[in-house]
Design a protein around this ligand. Sequence first.
Ligand code: ADP
Ligand code: PAZ
Ligand code: K
Length: 258
Amino acid sequence: MFLAIDAGNSNVVFALFDEKSGKWTNHFRLETKTPKLISQLGKKVPVYFLEHTLTPKDITAIGLSSVVPEVNSILIDFCQSYFGLLPYVISPKSYPKLSVKTQRPDEIGTDLLCNVMAAWTKYKAPVIVVDFGTALTFTVVDGEGQVLGVNIVPGLRTAIKALFMNTSKLPDVDLRLPDSAIGKDTIHAIQAGVLYGYTGLVKGMLQTIREEVNQDFKVVATGGLSAILTSLQQDFDEIDPNLTLEGLRLITKINTDQ
Ligand SMILES: Nc1ncnc2c1ncn2[C@@H]1O[C@H](COP(=O)(O)OP(=O)(O)O)[C@@H](O)[C@H]1O
Ligand SMILES: CC(C)(COP(=O)(O)O)[C@@H](O)C(=O)NCCC(=O)O
Ligand SMILES: [K+]
C-alpha cells in the first residue's frame, strides 16, 4: 500500500492507497503542533495500525507533502523508524516531469501543486481548486495545465481564531451555519458573520477570477472544511476530500517509477 502524508498547518493527514482496488482505504489526522505531534506519532499511529489489522510492512512506498518545514525531519525520522522507508518528499525538483506547470516552483505550496496535479489530470480543462484549510486558497489553472496564480485568504477556523485571540469579549465558536444571517447574540453573530460572509467571499472570488480570465473553469473544492458552506454546493463541480492525497500519489509515482 502507498502511504500519503499531507502536512498542513493544522493537521498532518495520513492516508493509505490500496493499489489493488485503486482506492483510498484509510485516513487519520494528527495535529501538526509540536511537540504534540512527536508523541502522537509514537502512540496513535501504531494503535491505528493495530486496530485496523495493518502492519508497517503493508506500506511499500511513502510520499510526503509538507507546507510546515519544521515538521519534515520529525515525519521523515518516524517513517524510517516505524516503516523502515524513506518518504519521497515533494519539492520544486518534483515539478519538471509533471504535465502541470508553475512559474514559481520555489514558492508555491506543495499541497497546492498536489491539488493542481490531481484536478488537471482528472479534467484536462481549466480548473479552479478551492482548498478550505488553515488558509482558504484559490488556485487557478488554464487549459494547458499552467498555474496562472493563487490567492490566499484566512481559512474559516483561522478567521474565528483571529477574532477570539484579538478581542476581549468574543468567544471561540463552532463552525455552524445559523438559520439567519443577522446575529441575535454574540455566538450567532460570529457564526453568521464568518459562515455567510465566507459564502459570499467564495462566490465573489470565483466570479472575479472568471471576469479576469474568460475560460470555462471547472471548480473543485477540497480541504478539511470544504463541506461546511452548504450553500456553495451549486458553485462547485465537485467536492473531493482526497484531492491533495491523489496529487501527492501521482507526483510521487511519476518521480519514483523507473
Ligand atoms: N472533518 C473535519 N471536520 C471539522 N473540522 C475539521 C475537519 N477536518 C479538519 N478540520 C479543521 O479544519 C481546519 C482546517 O483543517 P485542514 O484542512 O486539515 O487544514 P490544513 O491542511 O491547513 O492542516 C482545522 O482547524 C481542522 O482542525
Ligand atoms: C497557502 C498555504 C499556507 C496553505 O496551507 P494549509 O491551509 O493547507 O495549511 C500553503 O500552501 C503555503 O504555505 N504556501 C506557500 C505560499 C504560496 O503558495 O504562495
Ligand atoms: K492542506
